[in-house]
Ligand binder design. Sequence first.
Ligand SMILES: Nc1nc2c(c(=O)[nH]1)N[C@H]1C(S)=C(S)[C@@H](COP(=O)(O)O)O[C@H]1N2
Ligand SMILES: [Mo]
Length: 314
Amino acid sequence: MLIKTKANILSSEITDRAVFESRREFIKAATAFSAGFLLPSLGQAETGKYADVPVGPSSAKLAVTDREDVAGYTNYYEFSTNKQDSTVLAQALKIKPWSVEVVGEVAKPGVYDLEDILKDNPVQERIYRFRCVEAWSMVVPWIGFPLGDMLKRFKPTSKAKFVEFTTFYNPEIMIGQRSGVLDWPYVEGLRIDEAMHPLAMMATGMYGDELPKQNGAPLRLIVPWKYGFKSIKAIVKIRFMENTPETAWHKSAPNENGFYANVNPEVSHPRWSQRRERVLGSSIFTPKRDTEKFNGYGAEVAGLYSDMDLKRYF
Ligand SMILES: Nc1nc2c(c(=O)[nH]1)N[C@H]1C(S)=C(S)[C@@H](COP(=O)(O)O)O[C@H]1N2
Ligand SMILES: [Mo]
């Protein structure tokens, strides 16, 4: 299995009961993947873990970013365009109860309680690299489950060629939505084969704990081979579609943000190069890291794009 899976058993105090109750299936799933090892109980993910991505020589093992750096520096424009302010303002979001509306080309549409989704989808830990289009990167031990497993339960029809995700909308709570910085609500999307790829995940936690609100609780997407803006936070709606979704960042600047947004050092952003990245938590004197195509996940995902010109479909 290409994904290094380490089981993380969340303590009952910090976890939704549904998650905790899925512990047994979780252990089964983790054992099946047996590349990882079981941690019988768990607090914080230890430091000194590495993103284990089985790709070429440039793919050095990268240390996990400090939790404070990930939770203290967030892109969450619904609250603020300031990366520190958004970490504070996001605390206003009420994440319980939470439900997800499923619509479109699907045999089982409906409004699903997050608790029920979690009962069906046992969580596991995955340490992934994460690369923002702004040319910074981090390595995060996410907790969550494969996106495709969840989507398949909704029974997409044969017309479902794309999946669209929508973030919660309420400008009274998400005060950044009072600004015109994006056309709200935030919308993102994937082609169905991308969504079904085993590396794509829904995150419900990180560092062995619940997902902080500023990092997208209670449910966010993680697509590690794409720029971070694809990894939409606080998802309330999933739509299966025949045509390409109109996504928020693409709408706001189509020449800057392509629908695909695969990490690609060979395709510059119109305003800066994507060849290198600043590793979050490193000092200003630390040399930048060379960005890898597909963020280092090419061996797994390049096949999805074998017939495409990635300069055109950026
Ligand atoms: N709803 C929503 N999702 C979002 C964003 C946002 O502003 N709103 N920012 C995106 C961007 S640009 C990045 S880099 C990542 C940042 O995730 P993090 O704050 O957990 O590091 O979230 C993405 N998901
Ligand atoms: Mo980003």
